[in-house]
Design a protein around this ligand. Structure first.
Ligand SMILES: Cc1cc2nc3c(=O)[nH]c(=O)nc-3n(C[C@H](O)[C@H](O)[C@H](O)COP(=O)(O)OP(=O)(O)OC[C@H]3O[C@@H](n4cnc5c(N)ncnc54)[C@H](O)[C@@H]3O)c2cc1C
Length: 388
């Protein structure tokens, strides 16, 4: 095993860190306070080529691999920012690159790499289906050279800030399927066109964090059959290729958050003097921070392994899921240690701990809840009886 650092990757880390330094605490606090999309930051990230990280160079992207993309998102969150504002453009690539036709790649990827088009929305979740993706009800019915789409989606983030949506919809009724993982298909939907034609309504959902998530209502939306990605009926399998990347990248955001909490908490514990000594000299304050640090380091190793497996075309489902589980838990521990360390100031917006606390809490639930990750490990990896 070789744990030496990779100079190219460290170069990416320091370049992203430099870019993030222009978007400090005050910037993120302000967009959070106003519930604004961090557009300026996302533009800077796109201009520097980081959002096109996973797009191959032949299509105008940076041609980096998932381990590099992981470092990019980790550094954004470590800086105090939130990579969630832009991450979908990276993790939707798993589906588009692997299953998109050459024509689709030529049509979309160069414009995404340049930042002329945004593919920032991933439409899976529905109110009635919840975590049971194979139950989703949005239908896409083929009529000649077109599909007609009807249904509703919930918690679809950045639909208002994106040009394109990667949509999962049902092309075969559930009852007609022997294998329930079939019968779903993936489409590229032009959001602006669907809105202009009055075939789609987007309603923002207010949440505890600045996330720009929405409900989407689709009525008789016609899209050309050429916007089907991959094979009809295989959409669930195609999306899984994005899911492993998504889990590795979400783990990276959690690791970035966790490192931010540990750094802030350690600094505050060293500077804050109560009862005549730094509070960090008290083991009740110091040990939870040290414990969180150890958990983050362990999660980062599993994340690195998952990314390595993916980048080397090896199965990585268990590792990607474990990385997401361990990193989100480690960051949540770190978040609580940071709030405890800051005492009352942990709740004051100007210290940013409460904002990051709200942001990192999401990662235990979305994009997949940790219960479902544990069920996958228990059932698919360890072979125990199924709950669903
Ligand atoms: C801010 C935010 C942004 C989001 N962005 C997107 C997005 O861009 N695109 C998208 O498609 N989705 C998005 N989501 C949706 C997210 O992926 C889902 O909320 C999540 O997968 C859980 O689904 P659910 O909310 O329907 O919960 P449910 O499926 O209703 O589950 C509720 C609870 O029950 C538990 N549970 C359910 N079944 C079992 C079981 N068999 N065993 C054990 N526990 C179980 C779950 O773990 C969960 O804790 C977002 C959500 C949020 C909050």
């Amino acid at each position: 095993m070789d744990f030496s650092s990779n100079p190219d990757r460290e170069g990416i880390r320091s370049a992203v860190r430099k870019l993030c330094a222009d978007f400090g605490d005050a910037y993120w606090r302000e967009v959070d306070r106003k519930s604004e999309y961090p557009d300026k930051f996302v533009r800077a990230l796109t201009k520097a080529g980081w959002l096109g990280a996973l797009i191959p160079t032949e299509y105008g992207g940076s041609g980096l691999n998932v381990a590099d993309a992981a470092v990019i998102l980790e550094e954004i969150n470590r800086s105090g920012g939130n990579g969630a504002s832009a991450h979908a453009q990276m993790y939707t690539m798993g589906t588009l690159l692997k299953h998109g036709s050459e024509e689709q790649k030529r049509k979309y990827l160069p414009a995404l790499a340049k930042g002329h088009t945004r593919l920032q929305a991933f439409g899976v979740t529905e109110p009635e289906a919840g975590s049971e993706t194979t139950r989703l009800r949005t239908t896409a019915v083929k009529k000649g050279g077109r599909y007609v789409i009807n249904g509703k989606k919930v918690f679809i983030s950045r639909a208002e800030q994106s040009d394109l949506l990667l949509l999962l919809a049902r092309t075969t009724p559930y009852e007609e399927l022997e294998d329930k993982t079939q019968g779903l298909s993936v489409f590229i939907v032009h959001l602006k066109r669907a809105l202009a034609d009055g075939r789609m309504t987007i309603r923002p959902i207010r949440t505890m964090l600045n996330h720009h998530t929405t409900e989407i209502f689709i009525q008789d939306l016609e899209i050309p059959a050429r916007d089907l990605i991959g094979q009809e009926g295989q959409g669930f399998r195609h999306i899984i290729d994005s899911w492993n990347v998504e889990r590795i990248l979400i783990a990276s955001e959690a690791i970035g958050d966790g490192r931010w909490f540990v750094e802030r908490a350690s600094r505050y514990a060293t500077d804050r003097v109560v009862f005549g000594r730094p509070i960090g000299a008290n083991q009740g304050v110091q040990f939870p921070i040290a414990q969180a640090h150890a958990r983050i380091e362990a999660a980062a190793l599993v994340r690195d392994k998952a990314a390595w497996l993916f980048d080397n075309d090896k199965p990585c489902g268990p590792e990607a899921n474990m990385a997401k589980l361990l990193a989100s838990q480690a960051s949540w521990d770190a978040a609580n240690a940071a709030v405890d360390t800051h005492g009352g100031y942990g709740f004051a917006a100007e210290y940013d701990v409460e904002r990051k606390f709200r942001e990192t809490r999401l990662l235990l639930i979305a994009p997949v809840s940790n219960n479902l990750v544990l069920a996958y490990l228990g059932q698919n990896v360890l072979g125990m009886p199924r709950s669903y």
